[in-house]
Design a protein around this ligand. Structure first.
Ligand SMILES: *Cc1c(COP(=O)(O)O)cnc(C)c1O
Length: 390
């Protein structure tokens, strides 16, 4: 199944392959290896002359169904699934780059990605320069002759800054570099980076793709040629997605579109309410006209997504009061779950940054991030109102 179907249809049906039993729902294949008819077939499979399964580190029918479905949703030639989002990111670098290469990355990316780029890749001779997610000129200025990769998340965490993906893609292309977009916050239901000019899409499937906080997973998507290197890394190094996790995410994708619409509806209503609240200093949500990149976001994304950040008046004590007064919302750093989660970035996800780095990134002590779930928005609002009005 390909592009002739709408995304909602692809999310439910693409990639499905039935076994000899003709099961309706996708089967979970819990097996580490596959049997060959004879020695010649084994030889042909290993040589790559005959398609088919060999060994579950790099081939499993349930994982393949997920990869096919995700590729259809992102409009990619090929998808390679991984055990987590971080595994997908390291595989992208290890599969496509070498010592001496240079990365230009947004400074507003996932904390573990910064640690990976700066502390681990740095030891292997791959250098990273961090720039503003919202100023394409900084990306151009950061270019070096050895720049191989642009890496961005849009919208960013926690401030939902939106990057101009077509503009970054044009700069990367001119420089002979690839643009990779971590599409975790939007999912393909809201944003398709490859259509906007990106070369590579990366997912933490742990978030909205599963959508119910059950399993870890990751994926890298792009052209056949680029994914060959990424797949070779998977096959050789083994950061493999389990068949069970693939099956859970495959089922999660069936509701992706309706979930993303509902997350976005709830988030927009919550953001509007927060913006009018006297004890809230400022709200960041791409769906609000007050968001600095609102127009760009509405060009690039179907909706504003499910993440809302707001700065309370009164700094950390008030932010913590809001969090501690929640009875419904979960105090956890995860996101993309049916259950609404609430965090204080300055003392959790972004606590490894120095106060100066946080101030530079705009992450204040009064900032609260809410990953808006699928509960009634009235109940979510009531939970937040207790701490805001205490
Ligand atoms: C969670 C997350 C990751 C890492 O994914 P894991 O599945 O936890 O390894 C990467 N990027 C973004 C934007 C994330 O939110």
């Amino acid at each position: 199944m390909t592009e002739e179907y709408d995304l909602e249809t692809l999310a439910v049906r693409s990639g499905t392959v039935r076994s000899q039993f003709n099961e309706h729902s996708e089967a979970m294949f819990l097996t580490s290896s596959f049997v060959f008819e004879n020695a010649a077939q084994a030889a042909a499979r290993f040589k790559g002359e005959e398609p088919g399964n060999i060994y579950a580190r790099f081939t499993n029918p349930t994982v393949t169904m997920l990869e096919t479905r995700l590729a259809a949703l992102e409009g990619a030639e090929r998808c390679v699934a991984f055990s987590s989002g971080m595994a997908a990111i390291i595989a992208t670098v290890m599969g496509l780059m070498k010592a001496g290469d240079h990365i230009v990355a947004s400074r507003s990316i996932f904390g573990s990605t910064v640690q990976l780029f700066s502390n681990i890749l740095g030891r292997f001779g791959i250098e990273t320069t961090y720039v503003s997610p919202t100023d394409p000129n900084e990306w151009r200025k950061a270019l070096k002759p050895n720049t191989k990769l642009f890496f961005v998340e849009s919208p960013s965490n926690p401030l939902t800054e939106v990057s101009d993906i077509p503009a970054l893609a044009a700069i990367a292309k001119e420089a002979g570099a690839w643009l990779a977009v971590d599409n975790c916050f939007c999912s393909p239901a809201l944003q398709r980076p490859l259509d906007l000019g990106a070369d590579i899409v990366i997912h933490s499937a742990t978030k909205y793709l599963d959508g119910q906080g059950r399993v870890l997973g990751g994926a890298v998507l792009g052209s056949q040629a680029l994914m060959e290197g990424v797949y070779t890394f998977l096959r050789t190094a083994g950061p493999t997605l389990s068949a069970f996790n693939a099956w859970v995410i495959l089922k999660g994708l069936e509701t992706l579109s309706i979930r993303m619409d509902a997350h976005s509806r709830n988030a927009l209503e919550l953001a509007r309410w927060l913006e009018s609240h006297p004890n809230v200093e400022r709200v960041w949500y791409p769906g609000l006209p007050s968001h600095p990149q609102h127009e760009l976001a509405m060009r690039q994304q179907k909706t504003g997504g499910g993440i809302v950040a707001f700065e309370v008046k009164g700094g950390q004590p008030v932010a913590w009061r809001v969090i501690d007064n929640c009875r419904l919302l979960s105090i956890t750093a995860n996101l993309g779950d049916a259950k609404t989660t609430i965090t204080h970035p300055a003392t959790t996800t972004h606590s490894r940054m120095t106060p100066e780095q946080r101030a530079f990134a705009g992450i204040g002590d009064g900032l609260v991030r809410v990953a808006v779930g699928l509960e009634s928005v009235r109940d979510i609002r009531k939970d937040l109102a207790k701490g805001l009005e205490a």
